[in-house]
Design a protein around this ligand. Structure first.
Ligand code: ATP
Length: 237
């Protein structure tokens, strides 16, 4: 009898504005990829075209942000930039992005990576509580959040969520209604944010080692455009 074909490895997805991409994003992608191991074939960084939860004012043009993400991914064969959100009109909802992945690759398991504060706010996202029908989550702690906070957040949003044996070593895990799992991946959160990079850049400070060199080169080559857009956010200077 022929053996049943094993399911294709899954894909991890890291969405964000990447305005600009920084070492925190890249380290997060690497840590998640290593923790997921053979469960995934790689990580897709998916730049947001129209962020539903962020002001558009200081946002660099989509193409510039995507080019920087692509530059950061060079040399990491398992890391890709997916520009799909630029092909849709209106707010870039994660629901629509994950639906597009499922439609394109129905047998591929998805792992959506996000910080613990965002995870705790999923009920405010468009169809956020339905997302476990499409994907599992990899939740990385921020602001001192513990695995107990993670479990509380999951049970608050989904009263039927249940703890289960970890699938990834030392990563507390919850089964969510709809089928997806939520894994708590306790890796350090680097003290860097895109807002701080923008602030440093606009005040003429050095952003070396915060932004990967390949992306930094693109920022420098487009210095006028970058300054023009980032200055639109009065809070950055
Ligand atoms: P901003 O400062 O403009 O709000 P950001 O630095 O938080 O931006 P995003 O593009 O909004 O960057 O983040 C994309 C993803 O990367 C999110 O899931 C976010 O939680 C995660 N992330 C952001 N900064 C870090 C960091 N320092 N370490 C690990 N993950 C991060």
């Amino acid at each position: 009898m022929a053996e049943a074909a094993s399911p294709p490895p899954g894909r991890a997805i890291l969405g964000g504005s990447f305005n600009p991409p920084h070492v925190g994003h890249l380290r997060l992608a690497i840590e998640a990829r290593e923790a997921l191991g053979d469960l995934v074939q790689g990580v897709d960084m998916v730049p947001c075209a129209v962020p539903p939860h962020k002001a558009q004012s200081a946002m660099l043009p989509f193409d510039l942000r995507a080019r920087m993400v692509e530059a950061c991914a060079q040399g990491l064969p398992w890391l890709r930039c997916n520009r799909m959100e630029a092909q849709r009109q209106g707010p870039s909802y994660t629901w629509d992005t994950l639906c597009a992945y499922r439609e394109a690759e129905p047998d591929t398991d998805l792992y959506f990576i996000l910080g613990s504060p965002d995870f705790a706010l999923l009920s405010t996202w468009h169809k956020g509580l339905d997302l476990p029908r499409l994907s599992s989550f990899v939740v990385v702690p921020r602001k001192g959040h513990t695995s107990a906070d993670f479990i509380t957040a999951a049970k608050t949003m989904w009263p039927d969520a249940a703890e289960r044996a970890p699938l990834l070593p030392a990563c507390p895990c919850m089964t969510l209604p709809g089928g997806g799992l939520a894994h708590f991946l306790s890796v350090p959160w680097l003290a860097v944010s895109a807002s701080r990079v923008r602030q440093l850049w606009l005040t003429g400070r050095n952003v070396d080692f915060l932004v990967p060199d390949a992306a930094l080169q693109i920022l420098r080559n487009n210095a006028q455009t970058v300054r023009h857009h980032w200055l639109e956010d009065g809070s950055a200077c």
